[in-house]
Design a protein around this ligand. Structure first.
Ligand code: BV8
Length: 232
């Protein structure tokens, strides 16, 4: 591990599964309650804003009721003790990385506790609901949507992510199925950058063949063990 200085970590819904937040593609996955095109696309929002607002109101309440697990806390410890570069790129919209102590976190698909005014472009931390059409605290208009990157929308801060991967000595993917791009392609960028690539996941993912090493199991066990290796 002594040759490792710059680390990029990608996380997905699997790291928050043991905190009680459902993943997307398991049999009880979120998408099965609602077809994707209905709730996670701009077209779906335009067609049925009330359904989409209620879907994210439920997700927001779930986030507030959840607690970080040992995997989030281990990454918080890494962030506090790692003297090299570190970037935790998460596809998750929960704030469990932050509540687990991590600081160097980038939410590439947005955040469940943030809302975005389509009239004045302001973003606000939001723990309430949007189904009751509240006015934007900045401009007073009723025009707020979840601050979430939907299918067909550009993920946030991509240049920053690609720059971090280009400098990485190690790329670790935790709890993601490798089903959604551009996140699913990050491991190939890391391989091109000459980084070591490690996957920690409950089961083989769509991208497992692209990793130098895949360890299968629960994040709450695999992540603390890996952090011990890195910090040890
Ligand atoms: C874009 C926010 C471009 C919403 C989400 C080919 C190439 C490039 C793009 C595309 C392409 N084909 C199609 C596309 C477009 C599309 C896409 O990838 N579609 C897929 C379906 C094929 N991508 C996009 O639209 C993206 N934007 O490409 O923009 C562009 C260019 C120009 C101009 C404009 C745009 C935007 C995608 C973002 C969508 N938003 N989330 C919300 O959260 O409600 S996606 C959502 O699903 C998540 O954010 C995440 O990213 C994604 C995958 O979910 P996972 O996190 O992996 O969860 P999943 O359930 O799938 O898997 C969980 C894993 O954990 C499993 O493997 C399981 O085994 C494991 N696990 C479970 N328990 C545990 C565990 N592991 C450890 N421990 C446990 N206990």
């Amino acid at each position: 591990m002594s040759d490792i200085r710059n680390i990029v970590i990608l996380t997905g819904a699997g790291i928050s599964a043991e905190s009680g937040l459902r993943t997307f593609r398991a049999e009880d996955g979120l998408w099965e309650d609602h077809p994707v095109e209905e709730v996670a696309t701009p077209e779906g929002f335009a067609r049925n804003p009330d359904l989409v607002q209620r879907f994210y109101d439920e997700r927001r309440a779930g986030i507030l009721a959840a607690h970080p697990n040992a995997a989030h806390e281990a990454l918080g410890r890494l962030d506090a003790e790692w003297s090299g570069e570190l970037l935790i790129v998460t596809q998750n919209i929960d704030d469990l990385h932050e509540r687990g102590g991590a600081r160097r976190v980038l939410h590439m698909h947005g955040e469940g506790l943030s809302v975005w005014c389509q009239s004045c472009d302001a973003r606000h931390r939001w723990t309430g609901t949007l189904r009751d059409s509240p006015s934007c605290p900045a401009c007073g208009e009723v025009a707020m949507r979840p601050d979430i990157v939907w299918f067909g929308e550009m993920p946030y801060r991509m240049p920053e992510i690609f720059a971090a991967i280009a400098r990485a000595d190690m790329f670790v993917s935790i709890g993601t199925s490798g089903a959604v791009y551009p996140a699913a392609g990050f491991v190939q960028e890391a391989n091109l950058a000459g980084a070591r690539t490690l996957e920690l996941n409950l089961e083989e993912s769509l991208g497992s063949r692209n990793f130098d090493e895949t360890r299968l199991g629960e994040a709450s066990e695999l992540v603390p063990a890996w952090i011990e290796e890195v910090l040890g």
